[in-house]
Design a protein around this ligand. Structure first.
Ligand SMILES: N[C@@H](CCC(=O)N[C@@H](CS)C(=O)NCC(=O)O)C(=O)O
Length: 199
């Protein structure tokens, strides 16, 4: 399986962590999301990474779909629980963590796509508040820091690692329970050190 990737994408890191947890091999193929000639746009019309090229010729995106595929490939029920209550708790956690990353990415893109004098403070604040509310929700009801690693853990670990990388770890202030959860996750998630964002 080939993964179209960049070393800084938190959504790509989700996929790499899931594969590490499941003991699956991924070949990494860099993608330039800004290059109109990159084959990524034929593979994923949205031009986004991660995109997974499977051995039987499919291209899968986005990250929750890829994680579901990897879980299925591993026999099912490995990173997506089968028990309905646990399943929807894990999927909801994944969605909240993914949403925080989406908000963070929009903040970064505002800086990347517009000159500083045209930044829209209201829009940036709107996105920042999504991140803050989601982080507060995780702090108020921290995930259980034991048991098998699931898609919710993987998404939250990727999000917090990326917030350290892009937002100077500001999420840590006044969130001791989430910091404790993250410290534990970093220590027990296969592949975490190897997938640290660089760039
Ligand atoms: N919902 C998608 C989000 C993926 C995403 O936002 N990827 C970013 C990189 S981290 C990207 O490819 N951006 C390029 C673009 O939006 O054109 C997922 O879960 O995979």
């Amino acid at each position: 399986m080939k993964l179209r990737h960049s070393p800084t994408s938190p959504f790509v890191r989700k996929v790499r962590l899931a594969a590490a947890v499941l003991g699956q091999a991924l070949e990494l193929e860099p993608a330039d999301t800004l290059d109109p000639n990159d084959s990524l746009r034929q593979q994923n019309p949205l031009g986004k990474i991660p995109a997974l090229l499977t051995e039987d010729g499919m291209v899968l995106f986005d990250s929750p779909v890829i994680l579901a595929y990897l879980d299925q490939l591993a026999g099912g029920g490995r990173i997506i629980p089968t028990d309905p209550a646990a399943r929807f708790a894990a999927l909801r956690m994944e969605a909240l963590a993914d949403g925080m990353m989406d908000a963070g990415i929009l903040r970064i893109y505002e800086g990347r796509f517009r000159p500083a004098e045209r930044h829209e403070p209201k829009w940036l604040e709107h996105q920042a508040q999504k991140m803050e509310r989601a982080l507060d929700a995780f702090e108020a009801a921290p995930p259980v820091a034991s048991g098998a690693i699931h898609v919710g853990d993987i998404a939250l670990g990727s999000a917090l690692g990326w917030f350290d990388f892009r937002f100077e770890g500001k999420w840590r202030a006044d969130r001791p329970k989430l910091v404790a959860w993250f410290d534990d996750f970093v220590g027990r998630c296969p592949g975490f050190a190897e997938t640290k964002p660089v760039g």
